[in-house]
Design a protein around this ligand. Structure first.
Ligand SMILES: [Fe+2]
Length: 343
């Protein structure tokens, strides 16, 4: 399948992204370190399974025109928050690990987890993270009322089909308003997550500060998850490539500095990225180094000719030999299962 990867972030752009001076009380170096990535991946894997069951239930209920059970959302989101505080790289990686399951269910969970990660980076207190995580879980609930022939159409949507698809924020907002006790920020997140900073989004073409802070944040993580996930009609794109593309859209689509903060929280090369090193060898990023976002921990697993080698894990920060990342590679082009190196 032909694929347009877009331009990866240049080293200069990556450095510029790292220098962003957005107001935040969580700076690089304060990343979560209470659990190893392997231990936390195992833990969050179990939680993710429960979340899939819940997502299947509430989405299927909405499809059947039944009221859905809102009560399980809060404990699930609190589980995500706990996981993010133990090791946010693991929480961020789990979504990519699960992107082969059905997108309808995984997307709402991934957006919830990624929103918590970004909200934490922006200094949100725990109570705000909880509302944000719930907003992530339900942001696309309106899609459950869109005909499946449109929702899962393998090809390009016609203008008419696109117009129907673009009603999902309004449909979702209406569904949520019919429930009791849903916070207004969750209602707005659902309604506004496709609005863009320059006013070119939908459904209302809101601009800048007219878009709620929760909605601006959901917009960022929604795009990231959509592009890095496998769909019936497209291959997943490598996380590092997607961050590079989002960086180029940062002025038009997103609130100032929010993409930069998202890149800071995931690392320029998120865990699970497949990269080519200056030595020519190929490696998988196995951990994010918050103090050196361009120099993560990598597991070198393939030589220059992509032949498997006896692997070694290397910290790319502060090296005498100047070993560094040169490029982000699509692992699917080489049948490499990057996540087998994380377990
Ligand atoms: Fe959406």
């Amino acid at each position: 399948m032909s694929q347009h990867w877009g331009k990866a972030m240049s080293a200069e752009e990556a450095r510029a992204a790292m220098k962003s001076d957005a107001p935040t009380d969580r700076e690089i170096g304060e990343g979560s370190v209470n659990a190893s990535i392997r231990d936390e991946l195992r833990r969050v894997d179990g939680l993710y399974g429960q979340a899939i069951d819940y997502a299947r239930e509430f989405i299927d209920d909405v499809r059947a025109g039944k009221p859905f059970d809102f009560s399980e959302a809060t404990p699930l989101v609190n589980g995500f928050i706990d996981s993010v505080f133990r090791n946010e790289s693991a929480a961020a990686a789990i979504g990519r690990l699960k992107s082969f399951d059905e997108y309808t269910y995984t997307h709402c969970i991934n957006v919830s987890i990624l929103a918590v990660i970004l909200g934490r980076k922006l200094g949100y207190a725990r109570e705000k993270l909880e509302v944000l995580g719930i907003a992530g879980l339900f942001h696309d609930v309106g899609k459950a009322t869109i005909p499946e022939a449109i929702l899962n159409k393998p090809g390009k949507l016609t203008d008419e089909e696109m117009a129907v698809m673009r009603t999902h924020p309004l449909r979702g907002n209406k569904l949520l308003r019919e429930q009791k006790g849903i916070p207004v920020e969750v209602l707005r997140g659902c309604l506004e997550h496709h609005e863009k900073h320059d006013g070119s989004g939908y459904p209302r073409g809101l601009k800048g500060d007219a878009i709620s802070d929760y909605s601006r944040l959901l917009a960022v993580v929604d795009v990231y998850d959509a592009l890095t996930s496998r769909r019936v009609y497209k291959e997943p794109m490598p996380p590092g490539k997607v961050l590079g593309m989002m960086y180029t859209w940062r002025v038009t689509d997103f609130h100032p500095n929010i993409v930069e903060q998202f890149i800071k929280s995931l690392g320029v090369y998120p865990v699970g990225s497949f990269v080519r090193l200056s030595s020519g060898d190929h490696a998988v990023v196995v951990d994010h180094n918050p103090a050196a976002p361009l120099s993560p921990l990598v597991h070198i697993a393939f030589d220059q000719a992509m032949r498997p080698i006896v692997g070694s894990t290397q910290d790319l920060s502060g090296r005498d030999d100047d070993l560094k990342i040169m490029d982000v590679i699509n692992p699917d082009d080489h049948q490499v299962d990057v996540y087998s190196f994380l377990r």
